[in-house]
Design a protein around this ligand. Structure first.
Ligand code: PMP
Length: 360
């Protein structure tokens, strides 16, 4: 089977070795004569899967014992509601920084449920940078950031210092791509479908003492303490997605862990940004210090040339490069599983496209 280079923002490329192991386990899990999809979530086989998956993640991210790891469903979007439902007091307030479309969604959801202060925004410059100037409200129950902005291609190079205010981060599009200090956060969440595994699984890493602050009206399924007490087995979890996430974590450990992956991600991003910085044709509008190493938006001089680029790239085996409709142009998502060779191929293609089309 010929595999193309898939630059999709998510669901996105997975390591081929993981796909092979996952495919084998679909037919027969470890000689059990059953598919991994057919075993009970209460079976000893599955309990071993979920325990090992958590243990590997804890090693990869150096997650301390004071933090819980939850394997949930509902996507990052459900976390937009669960975070305020669980961490904001009934009459409390929550601070948010608005760095793009996904922050906006998180803010809108929190506003449905109570008080929100947007203490900084980069909307004035079309979300091409990450704000550094803000003051956390004295009464904030937490500060929420989108640590990597999937559509706009920005990220927090440095994680904000929030003192005693818990920091909550949507890390959907960058979790496990760089070394982060978990102890700086009250809660981290991420949809799985970029750097973790298949869609359907949502990961939450939270300081355990923050669970249980919800009011009595919060539905059972939306309470962190319920999932924590039940070790993510309050109801049937997304078993297959958890299994594949475990394979991805094993793969990541085998290739050297998060620090090694960060070095490779930095190298991949540099190949692309170095070319963009010298190109007279393509451009990337993000402030240099705030550039994401996961999602790289760029554009050609006209929308016609953008369309031609996307079509020609697809014909050359470089797929899913269209930018989000809110941003336009192109976007290369170069998550952990995208090999260096894929980015090099993309840049070679861009160089040739520029030569062929610059005079048009
Ligand atoms: N936050 C960010 C930063 C995202 O990139 C996405 C999805 N692309 C979401 C939230 C929404 O995630 P989900 O579809 O898992 O709800």
């Amino acid at each position: 089977m010929a595999r193309i280079y898939n630059f999709s923002p998510g669901p996105s490329v997975l390591p081929e070795v993981v796909l092979q192991r996952a495919a084998d386990a679909v037919l027969d899990y470890n000689g059990t004569g059953m598919s991994v999809m057919e075993i009970s979530h209460r079976s000893k086989e599955f309990l071993q899967i979920i325990e090992q998956t958590e243990a590997t993640l804890r090693r990869l991210m150096h997650i301390p014992d004071e933090y819980s790891v939850l394997f949930l469903q509902g996507g990052a979007t459900t976390q937009f509601a669960m975070v305020p439902l669980n961490l904001r007091r009934a009459t409390g307030n929550a601070d948010y920084i608005n760095t793009g479309q996904w922050s906006r969604r998180a803010i809108a959801e929190a506003q449905l449920l109570g008080n929100v202060q947007v203490i900084a925004s980069s909307e004035d410059e079309n979300f091409t940078y990450v704000p550094r100037d803000y003051t956390i409200s004295p009464d904030a129950d937490y500060l929420h950031i989108t640590s990597n902005n999937t559509l706009e291609g920005t990220r927090y190079a440095d994680i904000p210092e929030t003192g005693s205010t818990p920091l909550v981060a949507d890390m959907s599009s960058e979790i496990l791509s760089r070394v982060i200090d978990v102890t700086k956060f009250g809660l981290i969440y991420a949809g799985a479908q970029k750097n973790i595994g298949p869609a359907g699984l949502t990961l939450v890493i939270m300081r355990t003492d923050l669970a249980g602050r919800h009011s009595e009206s919060v539905p059972t399924m939306l309470r962190y303490d319920v999932h924590n007490t039940a070790h993510s087995l309050y109801n049937t979890p997304p078993c297959y997605a958890i299994y594949v996430a475990g394979l991805v974590f094993d793969w990541l450990e085998n290739v050297g862990g998060v620090a090694a992956m960060e070095a490779q991600n930095q190298a991949k991003a540099s190949i692309l940004y170095d070319f963009l910085d010298t190109s007279q044709f393509f451009r990337n509008s993000v402030a240099t210090a705030d550039r994401s190493i996961m999602n790289v938006p760029f554009s050609a001089p006209s929308t016609e040339l953008d369309d031609k680029f996307i079509a020609d790239a697809a014909a050359a085996g470089l797929l899913t490069l269209r930018g989000h409709r809110a941003v336009g142009g192109m976007r290369a998502s170069i998550y952990n599983a995208m090999p260096v060779a894929g980015v090099s191929r993309l840049v070679e293609f861009m160089q040739k496209f520029e030569l062929d089309n610059a005079g048009i």
